[in-house]
Design a protein around this ligand. Structure first.
Ligand code: PMP
Length: 420
């Protein structure tokens, strides 16, 4: 097999730089929370394929489910010849999701496709076009997803005009309050768009790429009030927060307020590409037959994996495990914070935990320190990801199935990497 250096040279020659790549090493094998590269180096994986592997790499039950499906059929196109497994997966998600009243689910392939379709459904159901999103949000890289995303570099810059009728308001983090966010929406209704033209308000229950900032319950309450007053639909983008990561199957279960539509992807498939939109049945049924779908939507292998993921989350009590691991991580980070004036915040919901860095003297966001810590961790065999509008946040996305000894080792590596 080639070395990492050889593979990097071939990659740079064969693939465009726009698909940015973080690591200098190349995967050869992955098992639960461990990745082994082509040279035999091992890394504890706290990236989890960007929040895809809440159930770990190659969970035996998920592998077995996909292998079993391989012996029957791999693709018929659900829209041409449907199958029971996709129907029963929709039934399971309808029953499990925090949607008021009867729910229906449609499946797609990627997270951004779920976002695109949620917006399409909301537009059809309301007969309106406007969408309100939040600054700092991430909703994907296709043109509507990109338009909804609230971060210019590296996502929007250079890609031309965005989709019309999309508006951004400040997200309540740092010095922005919930009242500021709600006032910005009311101001938008005065200065930019009549509420009667707005189809939906979309937000992540915990802003992911934006810095792992949980949405305060008061914001959901305020948004629900605005939505109910003006016939606007509330979309919760749970692509990153979903499937036990925050200690609940869906992060919206932390709130009494209900969304009309919820997008999901990533850890639903445990490594197989599948996404979905669940929502109030009447809303989901608005678009005409043929208006929704995709050739690979509800791919049978990914559907089989998703059933196994739901079984594993329930069987191994991964929601409780997410809370336990998240608590251990936050406790350790807060102890480190006592000795480190550069750590400005430790926060999280369940196992969606982050640590933020500011320069202790100037108070400026410290992306340089964060990058140095991530590189130091990598050199010690731990894969970490960053996030935040200023790139000064480290986020932790360990598989919830990680073994205790490996998790403890990772905590030591985090402490050593922060110490520098
Ligand atoms: N929404 C959210 C909240 C996400 O975190 C992401 C991916 N990071 C997306 C949408 C897009 O998902 P995908 O990359 O699968 O298209």
């Amino acid at each position: 097999m080639s070395t990492n250096t050889e593979l990097k040279q071939r990659r740079l020659a064969a693939a465009p730089r726009g698909v940015g790549v973080m690591c200098e090493f190349h995967a050869a094998q992955a098992d639960n929370a461990l990745i082994t590269d082509v040279e035999g180096n091992q890394y504890i994986d706290f990236a989890a394929g960007i929040a895809v592997l809440n159930t770990g790499h190659r969970h035996p039950r998920i592998v077995a489910a996909v292998q079993e499906q391989l012996t029957h059929f791999t693709h018929t196109a659900y829209q041409i010849v449907p199958y029971e497994s996709a129907i029963s997966l929709a039934e399971r998600i309808n029953a499990l999701s925090p949607i008021d009243g009867p729910a229906k689910t449609a499946f797609f392939t990627t997270g951004v496709e779920a976002v695109e379709n949620a917006v399409k459904i909301a537009r059809f159901a309301t007969g309106r076009s406007g969408v309100i999103a939040f600054q700092g949000a991430f909703h994907g890289r296709t043109l509507m997803g990109l338009t909804l995303t609230g971060k210019v570099l590296p996502y929007k810059a250079g890609f031309g005009a965005m989709v019309p009728d999309v508006y951004h308001v400040p997200f309540p983090a740092k010095d922005v309050t919930v009242e500021d966010s709600l006032a910005a929406i009311h101001m938008l209704f005065k200065t930019d768009v009549a509420p009667q033209r707005v189809a939906a308000i979309i937000l992540e229950p915990v802003q992911g790429e934006g810095g792992f900032n949980p949405v305060p319950t008061a914001l959901f309450e305020g948004l629900r009030k605005i939505c109910d007053e003006h016939g606007i639909l509330l979309i919760a983008d749970e692509v990153q927060t979903g499937f036990a990561r925050t200690g609940k199957l869906f992060a919206m279960e932390h709130h009494t307020v209900k969304a009309d539509l919820i997008t999901m992807a990533k850890s639903l498939g445990g490594g197989m590409p599948i996404s979905g939109v669940v929502g109030r049945a009447a809303v989901m049924d608005a678009p005409n037959p043929g208006g929704l779908g995709g050739t690979y939507a509800a791919n049978p292998l990914a559907v089989a994996a998703a059933h196994a993921v739901l079984d594993v989350i329930e069987g191994e009590k991964l929601c409780a495990r997410a809370v336990e691991l998240g608590d251990r991580l936050q406790t350790r980070l807060k102890a480190i914070q006592q000795k480190d004036a550069g750590i400005s915040d430790v926060r999280g919901l369940g196992s969606m935990v982050a640590v933020e860095f500011h320069n202790a003297t100037t108070g400026a966001p410290d992306a340089a320190r964060v990058n140095a810590i991530v590189q130091a961790a990598l050199a010690k065999g731990l894969l970490l990801l960053t996030c935040g509008l200023y790139g000064n946040v480290i986020r932790f996305l360990h598989p919830l199935t990680i073994e205790d000894a490996q998790f403890d080792k990772a905590l030591d590596l985090i402490e050593a990497a922060i110490a520098g």
